[in-house]
Design a protein around this ligand. Structure first.
Ligand SMILES: Cc1ncc(COP(=O)(O)O)c(C=O)c1O
Length: 344
């Protein structure tokens, strides 16, 4: 059975062109620096992010954690968003791998402002850890997008305090479309960025860390420490090249489809979407009917050939991507409507 899978954009399948590229690419041992396809992907990534150099890693989590390891000293404190992926969804890895603690910005809109950076920064004091890094995120994992002026002001505040800035840009190309700018405009004032090729960009595996030449050289050593030195990684990098070259340019279709899905969800009884926050390929929605059961809903949809995730708190998330076509939105809405009628 072919499912429509709305659980995440990580479920996207590599495209036929990617599968062909995997077969045909030149490879070598990348730990020796011999893989021409990895080198090409890294050069493309650096160019796209406006940085000197890039490093291919296995996942977005590895991209963030290797970056934190590279920027910080053991015992530092890092400033990060309380709802950010680094804090909430990476197993506390920064504490475990880098030996850092967190100073959390916890604004209701989940943005980090310049005032937060100044407030959370630790003065030199025998009782305090040193602030070692500011971690930003764009797009945010709640689907929102941070405007450039807010992002730039936070970076400037960090730099005035001599703190480097890392951007978790897992979906930086989605953020760029939402902001009407280039990805390199978002990363311009960040010292490092990590972005994923295995989400909406459809590559099967991978992320890239971008930064200065010296930063990437050090990060390469950190990647080895976490077991991330891959050998003939060109078979994966070949998909990354198409991810950046081809798939990043089609993401607007996902945003448009997500908006259409959001509008149609709003038209269903007792379902609401905050349309002001509808910016990328993620649709977050709520069901007001107390009989709407997360578990029953997931089972109902699965039987109809649609994979959905249960609610987190009150909110459900649908992710729209290359394997969800515009014509399939009515199918999704039709089955949801049936579920709603079944509990009426
Ligand atoms: C904002 C953000 N950062 C990082 C990651 C981690 O990526 P990975 O699952 O490749 O480790 C994700 C994954 O969904 C994410 O949403």
């Amino acid at each position: 059975m072919k499912y429509l899978d709305l659980r995440s954009d990580t479920v996207t399948m590599p495209t036929p062109d990617m599968r062909r590229a995997m077969m045909e690419c030149d490879v070598g041992d990348d730990v020796y620096g011999d893989d021409p396809t990895v080198k090409r992907l890294e050069a493309m990534a650096a160019e796209a992010m406006g940085k000197e150099a890039a490093l291919f890693v296995i996942s977005g989590t590895m991209g963030n954690q290797v970056s934190i390891m590279t920027h910080t000293q053991y015992g530092n404190e890092i400033i990060a968003g309380a709802q950010s992926h680094i804090v909430r969804h990476e197993c506390g890895a920064a504490a475990r791998l880098s030996g850092v603690s967190y100073a959390l910005a916890d604004n209701s809109d989940t943005f980090i402002y310049a005032e937060d950076v100044r407030r959370l920064y630790r003065e030199q004091n025998i009782h305090f850890p040193n602030t070692g890094l500011l971690c930003l995120e764009n797009a945010l994992c709640n689907g929102d997008v941070v405007p450039l002026d807010i992002l730039y002001a936070a970076c400037d505040a960090a730099h005035e305090l001599n703190i480097p800035v890392h951007l978790d840009g897992a979906r930086v190309f989605n953020a760029a479309i939402a902001l009407g700018c280039e990805a390199k405009d978002i990363t311009a004032r960040c010292d490092s960025v990590s972005f994923c090729i295995s989400k909406g960009l459809c590559a099967p595996v991978g992320a890239l860390i971008c930064g200065s030449g010296a930063f990437i050289e050090k990060a390469r050593g950190m990647r080895k420490i976490v077991g991330g030195g891959a050998r003939q990684a060109g078979v994966l990098a070949a998909c990354g090249i198409l991810a950046i070259d081809v798939m990043a340019k089609r993401l607007k279709a996902d945003h448009d489809n997500a908006r259409l899905l959001a509008e149609k969800l709003c038209a269903l009884p007792d379902i609401s979407v905050d349309m002001d926050k509808q910016k990328i390929n993620m649709v977050f929605w709520k069901a007001a009917n107390p009989k709407f059961s997360s578990g029953d809903f997931c089972k109902f949809m699965l039987v109809r050939g649609i994979k959905v995730s249960g609610s987190r708190g009150e909110a459900y998330r649908f992710a729209v991507h290359n394997d969800i076509k515009r014509v399939e939105i009515d199918t999704i809405i039709g089955h949801m409507s049936d579920y709603i009628q079944s509990i009426a």
